[in-house]
Design a protein around this ligand. Structure first.
Ligand SMILES: Nc1ncnc2c1ncn2[C@@H]1O[C@H](COP(=O)(O)OP(=O)(O)OP(=O)(O)O)[C@@H](O)[C@H]1O
Length: 264
């Protein structure tokens, strides 16, 4: 079953075409990077996947259900785990890390229901897996940026999503926190029952080896989509940026640098 199917999707906002005839198919078991510069249309694309906005033209299907044709049930909502900076801002500063993770079982912001023993156990398991156990009882406001990101990923995993969208999760993290978070994400991706992950970024060096597929988005259109090792090359990215760059690889991760013009 296809996790995501976008067919010729165009979206206009206030007369501006922010997405232009986008085609994108994501299969179960794949992990993708969605890469684009500022203003490329990444957020708009994610808003479509989340059914926050609808296409002006074209078709969007998530987990086999076409938006607009069927009622977007709570069940489907729960199958899409989403971690973004706008979610960060919605979490109550006074909820503790454990409560934030548990709230994911109900897809709610805040915990309003009596949890079951099974849910409590699962929450602890996830906190352990993501390395958050030591600050489980601390309020969200006291957590560092990196700790908050982990807790939000834990919250998303509580509902056992089929699709996990991580929207620039490493933004604002220092080198060590970023690398630790990426290691955790790699661990999630490698599990046999892992959700399909879409990792959104504008940093090439965050592309982990588990992200074998990449979509390069430019000016609202798909510049290229396919195997990461075929697209993330010096030639491919020089064409994408419209300036000469060099891609080097180290331990399965790409490194990007600008090619200096020869003087004289
Ligand atoms: N409501 C809107 N009305 C008009 N234009 C919009 C609207 N929302 C977004 N845009 C424009 O659409 C384009 C794509 O924006 P979007 O936020 O999707 O890009 P992005 O790739 O997420 O960028 P960034 O990495 O900077 O967050 C931008 O040029 C933006 O100004």
């Amino acid at each position: 079953m296809k996790v995501l199917e976008l067919e010729n999707v165009t979206r206009r906002r206030d007369g501006k075409t922010v997405l232009d005839k986008v085609n994108w198919h994501v299969e179960k078991g794949e992990h993708w990077v969605l890469y684009g510069l500022n203003g490329a249309g990444k957020t708009s694309l994610l808003d479509l996947i989340n059914a926050y906005i609808f296409p002006t033209e074209g078709k969007v299907s998530v987990l086999g259900l076409e938006f607009g044709k069927t009622y977007l049930s709570e069940k489907l909502r729960k199958q899409i785990g989403f971690v973004s900076s706008s979610l960060q801002q919605k979490i109550s500063p006074y909820d503790n890390a454990y409560e934030v993770v548990l709230s994911g079982a109900y897809a709610s912001i805040g915990l309003y229901e009596e949890t079951t023993e099974a849910i409590d156990r699962k929450g602890v398991e996830i906190l352990k897996e993501l390395g958050c156990l030591e600050y489980a009882n601390r309020t969200y406001e006291t957590l560092s940026h990196g700790e908050r990101q982990r807790v939000l990923i834990g919250r998303a995993l509580m509902a056992e999503p089929a699709l996990l969208v991580l929207d620039e999760p490493a933004n604002g993290l220092d080198f060590i926190a970023r690398e630790m978070l990426l290691e955790t994400i790699e661990g999630i991706a490698k599990k046999p029952d892992a959700p399909t992950i879409i990792y959104v970024t504008h940093h090439i060096e965050e592309i982990l080896p588990v992200f074998t597929k990449t979509l390069l988005l430019k000016d609202g259109a798909v510049f290229a989509a396919g195997h990461t090792n075929e697209l993330v090359t010096s030639e491919g990215l020089s064409a994408f940026f419209g300036m000469p760059v060099e891609v080097g690889w180290n331990q399965g991760r790409p490194l990007l640098s600008k090619v200096k013009r020869k003087s004289g």
